[in-house]
Design a protein around this ligand. Sequence first.
Ligand SMILES: [Zn+2]
Length: 487
Amino acid sequence: MTLPSTPSVPSVSPIDAAVTNMFDQAHLHWSDMLKRNNLNRKTVNDAQTQVLQTLANAVEICSSFMDSETATSLTNKKIGDFIGISLYFDEFGTVNPLGQSSATNKIMGCYFRVNNFPIELQDTDLIFLGFLALAIDVKQEDFQELLKNLLLPQLHDLENGIDVPYKGEMKKMPVILLNLLGDNLGIHQCSGYTTYFAGDVSCRLCYGTAADLKLKWALNEFQLKTAENYDRITDRNDCVGLEGHGIKYYCTFNRLEHFHVVDATCVDMMHDLMEGHLKRLLIYIIRSIVNDNATPTTLEDINNAITSFPCAGELARNKPQKFFLDHVRKGEIKQSTAKSILNITLYLPLILNQAHIAVTTTNNWYKLYLYFLGILDILLMPNIPKDRLPRLQIQIQTYLKHYIQYGGHMTVKPHLTLHYADVIKRFGSLIHSWSMAFEAKHKAFKEYERNNKNHKDLAMTLAQRIQEQNVPLYENMANGNFLVFIN
Ligand SMILES: [Zn+2]
């Protein structure tokens, strides 16, 4: 009896074999991780390829984001047309915020959005799930492992391109990770930066210390972080002992060909302003009006003006809230939604005027607030002309200079506004990258969890639920009816 001859095996170079092996291993790692972390993986590979492949029309329409400096430089780097994605990381509580269960049931959510969609389509429906995990399971090293073994291999494959029908023919189009979004903690965690904001390096964009940024208001007084410097310091190593430079881990995503954590650093206007700086600024304004001896206004007068203001439409859904005496005393508004804070900031002059509350022309805080509203108008524009940015930078510096001079409380949040013009130049208007739309995604989870009342396998349950909800959207994408469906 003769044995069949051994089939010839194609020769594989050692490097190719090593890379293949690494990704095979990664697959094993993450399947183990799924069990260990009760993690659901309904994700970048499963849903997103379908999502991305339906982009033919959207890529051709192109959002204003694709005119930004980062997108243009990638297009010029022989890559040609590409699909750009952003990853968003945030933790959210799913149960009663009081008590121990809030910590055990906190979820770390990762979502992605496609930057090529025009702004009109950039809403909650077109934010897709990356993964959900119990936050308690993915702290520190575990989180880095999760990024390395779950997301990195998928992003690496996507960089090599996916087939999309584009301009009348099938084209291999690379999918490139452009930036990492989230609140300050989320961005620092996924970038591998330290998460201690009161230390030597509290800002992810410059080397300003917590003490520096309490006093300095001009960008040229801070040394900016650069990709070259990052590479020199880290040497692509494990970054032990680099906390003094603000680096805890070498950024996992730097292993991608077209991504560098320093160039990809972004800001989040919602957390910086609506959930940060404005909560203090508004209190300074209210105090200045109430304490102005030239006018007899009381806190009650202002609150009556707010509650009697006729709200309609979007404003009625996120009504400006009253100011509590306790918050005014302590100097910061607590427990208010970002949208409600944005609305009171935008409408306060109208609210006061409607109630015939006069503010004296010598009220410096109020004058500074009106100056800030001019800045906010620019920041909320969906498309900011590039030649407007130098003036925006000067306006922000002028604002911060006076804010510090008047004794305003400085933290990293108002300091980050100094970097806004630069980030807008790189990625386009900040309302394309803020957390508003992503946070709305959490809201649906919380509502579902409240009805569900089952906290076992929570990450899996919620991920399953969101994918089921998206089935009609995926079906329409698969049938080529996507844009029709959206309309
Ligand atoms: Zn800075």
